[in-house]
Design a protein around this ligand. Structure first.
Ligand SMILES: *Cc1c(COP(=O)(O)O)cnc(C)c1O
Length: 431
């Protein structure tokens, strides 16, 4: 990896966003650790934190170029003002462009990225399912401004018209089930509509929506990309075929005027966080699937859970409390069909949901646990559990969303088991 020492005023060394810096065949972790090496200056191994909002112009009057002459394909050098570009965030975007496999633009939050998406494509109709309720709040604002209409996710193909959006969230918030992106891409494209994918619950290495035809991939980087519950971030990555149509430059240009940029501190934190994305997500996904298999085998003893099966005593404790469990790993029909393992070849998402037998159980379980924080959000190294009705007015009030962290999965299992046991014992006492 070369580490050029560059003149901060020179744009000759600038490289276009999402361009291949010779990292094509490297593993995901090699990319998250090295995709920004071409921006190294001086001797720092850890990238420095830059907080300036404004950047000196060239001292040589002959070399002055105006803002309108700024090459939007070269965002890494010659910064002007941080509402446009700034060193930490563009460096973070260089890594994201590489690992998401399309030029990436960052925003102040996941929802501000979704705003930017709707502003840029300005569709007349959006076909969308349930999913993250905040995105529906964003659509409501756009309804006020543009009259955009919502269509069901399974709407008839004929209802879609050119320029419309099919927006698929997969895996789905809050339950963790997965959708067939290829089928939605084909449906949208046959009508001249676009497929946009909220892939927050399935970050790299779990899925690559561009492989299946997504035009734009969105992430709430607050979740797995950030990974430590300490930064808000939104991301839009553009399919390289759409980038040829100027979508990347268009988004960057509009971000300048919408003003929804991520802060410099978050850009710096983002780099530090994304370095470990693969090891975190692999472990979280693996632990989540083991926990799901363990719980599900108590409800369905006929399923072969192998070494992860609960003992007969554990199964009884689980059955006293648990009604239902949902996760992509339990989509038997889709696994048999083949598409699910093709689209999620490296594991399912680290979030799943459980529905308990009574609302009171769901309200009380989080307080019985020691290793799961009772809090909203997901994707951090800490396991979280949320009585989902706290923030989502549309869900079953018996539903709990579980975001599996990096703790040992057997510790998490033991914690859930003792929580279930306490709940059932209290219940006996009350009755
Ligand atoms: C959290 C989340 C969002 C919103 O992201 P913010 O960073 O909180 O604005 C959007 N979509 C999904 C699936 C999410 O989980």
């Amino acid at each position: 990896m070369e580490t050029p020492v560059t003149d901060p005023n020179a744009s000759e060394n600038a490289q276009s966003a999402g361009s291949d810096h010779g990292l094509g065949n490297l593993s995901l972790s090699s990319k998250t650790v090295h995709a920004d090496d071409f921006l190294n200056k001086g001797q720092d191994v850890a990238p420095p934190l830059h907080v300036s909002t404004t950047f000196r112009y060239n001292r040589d009057p002959e070399k002055l170029t105006t803002w309108s002459q700024h090459d939007p394909k070269a965002p890494y050098e010659g910064h002007i003002y941080s509402r446009h570009t700034a060193p930490n965030t563009t460096r973070f975007e260089a890594i994201l462009s590489e690992i998401l496999k399309g030029p990436a633009v960052t925003y102040a939050s996941g929802l501000s990225a979704f705003h930017a998406l709707l502003i840029f494509l300005n569709p007349k109709r959006i076909s969308i399912g349930e999913g993250y309720h905040g995105c529906h709040g964003v659509i409501e604002i756009h309804q006020k401004l543009t009259g955009i209409k919502k269509l069901a996710l399974d709407c008839a193909e004929e209802e879609l018209q050119s320029g419309d959006i099919v927006h698929v969230e997969t895996p789905l918030n809050p339950i963790g089930t997965a959708y067939n992106l290829k089928a939605f891409a084909e449906k949208a494209h046959r009508r001249g509509a676009y497929l946009t994918v909220d892939a927050t619950f399935g970050p790299p290495p779990l899925q690559d929506p561009f492989l299946w035809g997504a035009d734009i991939v969105m992430h709430s980087g607050t979740k797995y990309i950030g990974g430590h519950s300490d930064m808000l971030c939104g991301i839009l990555a553009v399919n390289p075929a759409r980038a040829k149509d100027g979508w990347y430059e268009g988004l960057v240009k509009e971000r300048l005027f919408v003003g929804n940029v991520m802060g410099s501190m978050e850009g710096w934190l983002g780099i530090r966080s994304v370095r470990t994305l693969e090891v975190r997500v692999e472990r979280q996904a693996d632990s989540a699937t083991k926990l799901v298999r363990w719980l599900n085998a108590a409800l369905h003893p006929e399923n072969q859970a192998g070494a992860d099966a609960p003992s007969p005593d554990e199964a009884k404790i689980i059955r006293n409390v648990l009604e239902q469990i949902e996760h992509a790993s339990l989509q038997e029909a889709d696994i048999q069909d083949g598409w699910l393992l093709k689209q999620m070849p490296n594991g399912f998402g680290p979030v799943f949901s459980i529905t308990l037998k009574e609302e009171g159980f769901a309200r009380r379980l989080p307080s019985k646990l020691d290793l799961f924080h009772h809090a909203t959000s997901l994707g951090g190294v800490e396991s979280l559990i949320e009585w989902r009705t706290m923030t989502d007015p549309y869900v079953d009030t018996r539903l709990l969303r579980i975001s599996v962290g990096i703790e040992g999965w057997e510790d998490l299992k033991a914690d859930l088991l003792q929580g279930f046991k306490v709940l059932a014992d209290e219940d006996k006492f009350v009755k």
